[in-house]
Write a protein that binds this ligand. Structure first.
Ligand code: SER
Length: 312
């Protein structure tokens, strides 16, 4: 990776990934793009362009202008937002991906885009979900993610594009908050714990989902992109995870640092339904074996770090 072009660079993952890649590969070699600019570090610490990923012409022109050799396509709607506006979600998530893949094909770029635990559905085995298994998601987000995994495989098989991807679990970070995801509760809970010492969860107790701390997610992207391609059998759909917990377990962990912390519940049926259709915990063996995936943070280590960082 020498000239890296990122879409959705100001989003939940993109904003931290952009800064990390600039530190590794040089600020001028990482081109951040998003639908609008803001005054975040990702927007100001190197080249930035306004790019609407549904606009094929601009996307390809911009990637050409900077002679990108790598495209990291992050622009997408998350699960709960996509469920509110499925047609818009299809157009953005699939249209954007198609344009990014076309740009990668034309410029012969390496390519990354994230998939998700949302690519699984109610008929998927729920515990220790295998790498290769039933994928019949019941959300528009999940439909987009499965189609995206297949499309990225197709661009590799048909056109030889070096496509790669990860099925991320819920990602937790103290930098840029997520917007419109089902797993967002596990981020909000830390902000509320610091501010108000209480949190009302829209996800019910007993609902287990996979999660990962952002530093592990960023390392996983870099490690996968730098991995020897001859070792990759599952290019676009590696299960990765660091922990699985329900709201009660994360609350109990927070109480070790803030004993007065109180948890209550007001379940949101829409997001609960999405969560219930996803696995409890997924198996990341293929990622470990094919490119050495490893997560540093478990629930205890992440909670300590989140509370320390957010308290500042
Ligand atoms: N964090 C995402 C969501 O909840 C899952 O990939 O939509």
């Amino acid at each position: 990776m020498k000239k890296i072009f990122i879409t959705g660079a100001l989003g939940q993952i993109g904003s931290e990934l952009t800064v990390k890649l600039r530190n590794i590969y040089g600020a001028d070699n990482v081109i951040a793009t998003d639908i609008r600019k803001n005054d975040s570090e990702a927007a100001l610490s190197g080249p930035f362009e306004v790019v609407d990923v549904t606009d094929t012409k601009t996307m390809i022109e911009m990637a050409k202008k900077y002679q990108a050799d790598t495209i990291i396509h992050m622009a997408a709607l998350l699960s709960a937002t996509a469920e509110k506006n499925p047609v818009f979600a299809w157009n953005l998530n699939m249209g954007g991906l198609m344009n990014a893949l076309e740009a990668a094909r034309e410029l012969n770029c390496k390519f990354f885009t994230p998939s998700s635990i949302g690519a699984f559905g109610p008929t998927t085995p729920k515990d220790n979900t295998p790498q290769d298994t039933i994928q019949r998601p019941t959300t528009m987000y999940g439909v987009n993610k499965v189609a995206g995994e297949l499309l990225a495989d197709y661009y590799n098989y048909k056109f030889g594009v070096d496509t790669r991807g990860l099925r991320f679990p819920g990602l937790i970070s103290y930098v840029t908050p997520p917007g419109g995801g089902t797993t967002d509760y596990a981020v909000e809970i830390y902000y509320e714990a610091i501010k108000n010492k209480r949190y009302t969860s829209y996800i019910d107790k007993g609902t287990y989902m996979d999660m990962m701390y952002m530093p592990d997610a960023l390392n996983a992207i870099v490690d996968l992109m730098e991995a020897d391609p001859s070792k990759l059998k599952h290019r676009n759909s590696f299960n990765v995870t660091a922990m699985s917990f329900d709201p009660e377990e994360i609350a109990a962990e927070i109480r070790k640092h803030i004993p007065e912390f109180e948890m209550s519940y007001s379940v949101d049926p829409a997001r609960q339904q999405i969560a219930d259709s996803w696995p409890n915990s997924i198996d990341a063996t293929a990622a470990k074996e094919e490119w050495g995936f490893k997560a540093e943070y478990d629930l205890a280590k992440m909670t300590k770090d989140m509370l320390e960082k957010l308290s500042k």
